[in-house]
Design a protein around this ligand. Structure first.
Ligand code: PXP
Length: 246
């Protein structure tokens, strides 16, 4: 099976910092630690309300971190301008407002093709690899391909929230969507809500090339440290990839 990349989302290091203001804990220091622990990339979401990551964090991540930066952003002119200024390796377009999301929570690409198409084009022309954060829904996959996005990231939130037969159903949707992505020539990523308990069935899907994980790892860092939490996640992903899914 092809290698599976791990992108570490550091948003919630900034959430803790912002709870008190000031500089600590520093998300850029967390990004350096993630690199030391074997992460393949750093992911950060600059929200319109700046509730966690700040503009200065993005600037520092772009300048100081050697790993590829995946810039999560709403589909707004403000965010496109910031992306074009920093030219991260990748930009993942995510919904921030209710009207931009599907009922499940991914970006409604099918309902906003004409608005999204020129943004994808401008980002792509700047050398940024654009992905769409969508539900595991063939309509959204086809729409992402139609507007020229080379990558999709499948929303694993519902899969992680459910249990038992409902979780199995969500997993089956993700498996089918990953196969569909491959069939129509899209690179497929996945993320949201993944933990030690939920990562293996997703990591075992051979057509998924990258997972982006944050909240669980930042929480687990309280108990075992950030590097150790990342290393253990990496270990579980590698095990699943080798076929040891249990
Ligand atoms: N992928 C995308 C597109 C996201 O927006 C997020 C954060 O919300 C994640 C992955 C990581 O999710 P989590 O922090 O729950 O691991």
């Amino acid at each position: 099976m092809p290698a599976l990349r791990l992108g570490i989302n550091i948003d919630h290091v900034a959430t803790i910092r912002n709870a008190r203001g000031g500089q600590h804990p520093d998300p850029v220091r967390a990004a350096h630690m993630a690199a030391a622990a074997g992460a393949d990339g750093i992911t950060a979401h600059l929200r319109e309300d700046r509730r966690h990551i700040a503009d200065r964090d993005i600037e520092r991540l772009a300048n100081e971190i050697n790993l590829p930066l995946n810039f999560e952003m709403a589909a707004t002119e403000e965010m496109v301008a910031i992306a074009l200024r920093h030219r991260p390796h990748a930009a993942c377009i995510v919904p921030e407002r209710r009207e931009e999301r599907t009922t499940e929570g991914g970006l409604d690409v099918a309902g906003a093709r004409e608005r999204l198409r020129p943004m994808v084009e401008r980002l792509t022309q700047a050398g940024i690899r654009v992905s769409m954060f969508i539900e595991a829904d063939p309509r959204q996959l086809d729409a992402s391909r139609d507007i020229g996005a080379p990558v999709v990231e499948l929303h694993t939130g519902a899969y992680c929230e459910h249990s038992g037969a409902d979780r199995d159903k969500e997993l089956a949707r993700i498996v089918a969507a990953a196969a569909h992505a491959q069939a129509i020539g899209l690179e497929c990523h996945a993320g949201h809500g993944l933990s030690y308990d939920t990562v293996k069935p997703i990591a075992g899907i051979g057509s998924i090339a990258e997972l982006n994980i944050g909240h669980f790892l930042v929480g687990e860092a309280i108990f075992i440290g950030f590097e150790a939490s990342i290393r253990h996640m990496r270990h579980l992903m590698d095990e699943a990839r080798r076929g040891g899914m249990a």
